[in-house]
Design a protein around this ligand. Structure first.
Ligand SMILES: Nc1ncnc2c1ncn2[C@@H]1O[C@H](COP(=O)(O)OP(=O)(O)OP(=O)(O)O)[C@@H](O)[C@H]1O
Ligand SMILES: [Mg+2]
Length: 442
């Protein structure tokens, strides 16, 4: 892609920014605040730009969402408390800027990309880019062809993931989504990991970083956090900020694993923003903008002309209802799904992956045919056993009536042992395949 240059030789975007910075500052005022929106008069700014409000304490940023009649409608990227009518407002002349680059590895950022880990300031160590980015054109994307491994046996063999694939982890609450993400973060062979923790509990964030990642895990990782108590616009931005950081690594040719916990809470943040901007609630209280935001966010992952972003998104299925609208929309956009079930979790089978219900749409592209045949055989055995499970439980199944079922019953303990994996354990993919082959080729 070429960058437009002005006659001065400077890129025109840079020039526009320099002009904006050199312009005399005009200060406007807040004329009203209601719900999640603010009205501002006396400053000129474009939709998407940030303005800075000075309530006298800590400056508050707000994004311009509508303009007209000399008035701006803005949404605050922080709490509105303390803002009075008449508070001074200044246009920054820029949309939200996101830090990108190598110096972010090992850092924890808030939903707007500011460090929250007490480390050194980012300032000059990183590049700053607009949050909005161009999604690679469908035909400019390379195909998903190489596997990306997670160190989780059940996934690497039976639900194999490819570099640039986007997978959803679907489960009810407390079934083990976050734990599985942590396990994958530690076990994956991806170059760079970017983790977006959106709308989760504050308590869990520290636990995730300190216990699950540890210092060596953090060295290859960037974490973006917006907990459930943050304003909805910040939670929503956090998902895009994490994705933008991953995109910059991808554009350097790196293979990035982007883990988002959770896409449901991101959708809920968009719901709050949409409803407060006056949108009508549509499907189960979700306004239309939610269903427009989801493909925009999820399509940003995937392969580019060079490099890839493999996206893993957790999806909370409320009341274990897999047809809930967010789960449904996510399923239709993503290239595969990992289903966790409460049934397995309650009997202590972790990770609680329902292998037969989980599929990866790129499996055949990333796994060689002989291995694929072994994986299919395991699925066939598990399927046969599932079909007669009830008969066996009531004692109505007679050994010898179906050789496939008999073989499946014989191998069941070994398959169970293969599928269960403790949190701290990571199995390299070649070992997982060798283990699986020992079972099916016995
Ligand atoms: N691999 C595992 N081994 C042992 N226990 C596990 C494992 N995975 C999950 N658990 C148990 O399940 C509990 C819930 O897990 P987790 O917090 O990951 O669920 P979740 O689906 O992210 O929940 P929520 O919907 O509340 O975010 C954990 O506290 C832990 O006790
Ligand atoms: Mg969780």
């Amino acid at each position: 892609m070429t960058t437009a240059t002005a006659p001065s030789g400077l890129p025109s975007a840079l020039l526009a920014r320099a002009r904006a910075a050199a312009r005399p500052q005009v200060t406007g005022i807040v004329t009203g605040a209601m719900g999640l929106t603010l009205t501002v008069e006396g400053v000129v700014a474009a939709v998407g730009d940030l303005v800075e409000i000075d309530p006298g304490t800590r400056p508050l940023l707000a994004e311009v969402v509508a303009v007209g009649n000399g008035r701006l409608t803005c949404m605050p990227l922080g709490t509105l408390s303390g803002v009075v009518a008449g508070a001074p407002v200044r246009a920054t002349g820029l949309p939200l800027q996101v830090p990108v680059g190598e110096a972010l590895l090992g850092r924890v950022l808030d939903g707007l990309g500011r460090p929250v880990d007490g480390g050194p300031p980012l300032a000059a160590r990183v590049s700053w880019v607009d949050l909005a980015s161009e999604t690679p054109h469908a035909l400019a994307r390379t195909r998903v062809q190489e596997p990306l491994t997670f160190g989780v046996r059940a996934l690497d063999t039976l639900v194999p993931c490819g570099k640039g694939q986007r997978l959803g982890i679907f489960a009810g609450s407390g079934v083990g989504k976050s734990s599985l993400l942590a396990q994958i973060t530690r076990g994956t062979d991806a170059d760079v990991r970017v983790i977006g923790l959106i709308g989760e509990r504050g308590r869990e964030v520290r636990e995730f970083i300190e216990e699950n990642l540890g210092p060596e895990g953090m060295a290859r990782t960037v974490v973006v956090v917006a907990t459930s108590d943050e304003p909805p616009l910040v939670r929503l931005k956090a998902a895009f900020v994490a994705t933008r950081i991953a995109e910059a690594f991808r554009d350097q040719g790196r293979d990035v694993l982007l883990l988002m916990d959770s896409i449901t809470r991101t959708a809920m943040a968009q719901r709050e923003v949409g409803l407060s901007a006056g949108e009508p609630p549509a499907t189960r209280g979700y306004p239309p903008s939610v269903f427009a935001m989801m493909p925009q966010l999820l399509e940003k992952a995937g392969t580019g002309a060079t490099g890839s972003i493999t996206g893993l998104y957790t999806v909370l299925v409320e009341g274990d209802d897999h047809n809930e609208p967010i789960a449904d929309t996510a399923r239709s956009i993503l290239d595969g799904h990992i289903v966790l079930t409460r049934k397995l979790a309650t009997v202590g089978h972790f990770p609680a992956i329902d292998v037969l219900e989980s599929i990866s749409r790129v499996a055949t592209a990333v796994v060689p045919p002989p291995l694929m045949a072994d994986a299919r055989e395991i699925r066939r055995l598990m399927g046969a056993l599932r079909d007669v499970k009830e008969l066996i439980e009531i004692g109505a199944y007679q050994a010898g009536s179906d050789p496939l079922v008999d073989r499946a019953r014989e191998l069941a303990p070994q398959i169970e042992a293969f599928l269960q994996q403790s949190m701290g354990e990571s199995t390299p993919a070649p070992e997982a395949w060798a283990w699986l082959q020992r079972i099916v080729r016995a």
